[in-house]
Write a protein that binds this ligand. Structure first.
Ligand code: FES
Length: 145
């Protein structure tokens, strides 16, 4: 019985994984399995917390060194897609100057992923918007220095 159940569970998981990969693409699927850049950075130089129209919240943390992003991370209480998009927002931010960060938008994240299902595109927009807010927070702190 246990062996049968284990096999059933394994097959079900394989089926779900396959369907997810088909719907979201390999890049998003792999990142969903192994999310990177997740968590909080203490004393960030730029930080933002944005709640999207779906009521999910994204946080982005940035650290700068010599005018470039040296560390980036995200946290979200949102869906799987929001975690994937937050992860890519952080990845795309790494090594960028503030000027270059302006190009890391929701659309840039979608492009990196090769697109997402229509109903999940707003998750990328939330990640992009939060990153832009974190950049703006960094710029405001520079002016105050
Ligand atoms: Fe809200 Fe994905 S459904 S961020």
């Amino acid at each position: 019985m246990t062996d049968e159940f284990d096999e059933f569970a394994r097959n079900l998981q394989a089926e779900i994984f396959e369907e997810t990969k088909q719907a979201y693409g390999t890049v998003a699927f792999e990142r969903w399995l192994y999310p990177k850049y997740m968590g909080k950075i203490d004393h960030p130089d730029g930080y933002a917390r944005v709640t999207g129209p779906c009521q999910d919240t994204m946080e982005i943390f940035l650290k700068f060194e010599d005018g470039r992003v040296s560390e980036a991370s995200f946290q979200t209480d949102g869906c799987g897609s929001s975690a994937v998009c937050g992860s890519f927002a952080a990845e795309l931010a790494l090594g960028k100057t503030p000027d270059e960060l302006l190009d890391v938008t929701g659309n840039a994240i979608l492009k990196t992923l090769g697109g997402l299902p229509k109903e999940d595109e707003h998750c990328a927009q939330l990640a992009g918007e939060t990153l832009q807010e974190a950049l703006s927070n960094y710029m405001q702190r520079q002016v105050r220095k």
